[in-house]
Design a protein around this ligand. Structure first.
Ligand code: F3S
Length: 294
């Protein structure tokens, strides 16, 4: 019989849970509710909301005055806040407090005369939001190799996208130390991300195969997949249990399961159920303890 282990921290994080609840609450009391971009990077959840009448708008220009718009947990740019405000659009801000903290740190450092280095993905909406709060020069890097290419600085501050890898953050800090007279670092990687990554690493080390559940467009899920894949070669990234049909497992396999911060519990449950009832399982998941520690 295969043995299945669920990572100690997996699935919905505090910020996503909050954003999803805000959409549920708002759509229960208001009509014409839309989200600015998909509420989370999970196609199944977005589809469920669209069936309840919650639409997805691409930009403030697509939103009419009668609508209520929900800003998702990734946050938006300063220009978008201004635009919504100027148009007088009713807004519910579901930006995760961890993301707000990264935006605030980046803005404050730049106002204090620091060049700001943002460790994150250039194209990611969260990073676009963070850099919009910077009032001076800034650089976006995604690896220590890219950090090597940066110029020398008098005063430099390092800020991370909330879902980045802690070890890479430390390596980038070391690279920057040699390039800056004054270096400040803002520890803006959120505790939910840290816990999911540590739990996934711990599990990947002791199983034969790892399954990472979550949207293929979800940055934090993809990062869990990369981290697990480096430790456990038989790591699979799936969105739903059906994708396991073509994967061959041996009866004596131990299988670890983890899921990104935007993966709902019912999708995790479906994957566990895929392996059938009566299997020997060790479910040790305590992600409900994702306390808000800033
Ligand atoms: Fe917030 Fe971290 Fe989740 S930044 S949205 S708690 S992954």
């Amino acid at each position: 019989l295969v043995k299945i282990f669920l990572a100690e921290h997996a699935g919905f994080c505090f910020g996503v849970e909050r954003a999803v609840s805000l959409v549920e609450e708002t759509s229960g009391i208001k009509s014409n509710v839309c989200t600015l971009g998909p509420i989370i990077h999970n196609p199944q959840v977005v589809r469920r909301f669209s069936e309840k009448g919650v639409s997805v708008c691409k930009s403030p220009d697509d939103i009419n005055r009668e609508s209520t718009v929900i800003i998702r947990s990734h946050g938006v740019t300063r220009e978008t806040y201004r635009n919504l405000d100027e148009k007088g659009i009713d807004t519910v801000d579901a930006t995760c407090p961890f993301v707000k903290k990264a935006q605030k740190s980046a803005g404050e450092f730049s106002r204090d005369g620091f060049s700001v280095v943002v460790f994150g993905e250039r194209e990611h909406p969260e990073v676009e939001g963070i850099v919009s709060f910077i009032e001076g020069d800034f650089y976006i890097i995604s690896s220590e190799t890219e950090a090597e290419t940066l110029p020398d600085f008098e005063k430099c501050a390092l800020v991370a996208q909330t879902t980045q890898n802690k070890d890479t953050f430390s390596k980038i800090t070391e690279v920057l130390k040699a390039k800056c007279r004054v270096l400040e670092t803002a520890h803006t990687i959120c505790s939910a991300t840290e816990k999911r990554q540590s739990a996934a690493i711990e599990l990947a080390r002791r199983v034969d195969a790892m399954i990472v559940i979550g949207g293929k467009n979800s940055a934090n899920t993809t990062r869990l997949f990369t981290i697990c894949g480096e430790i456990c070669p038989r790591t699979y990234h799936i969105e739903t249990a059906e994708e396991l049909e073509g994967v061959k497992f041996m009866p004596e396999d131990t299988i670890g399961i983890t899921a990104g911060a935007s993966t709902p519990g019912d999708l995790i449950k479906e994957v566990i159920e895929y392996f059938g009832r009566g299997q020997e399982m060790n479910v040790n998941n305590s992600n409900s303890n994702d306390e808000m520690r800033m």
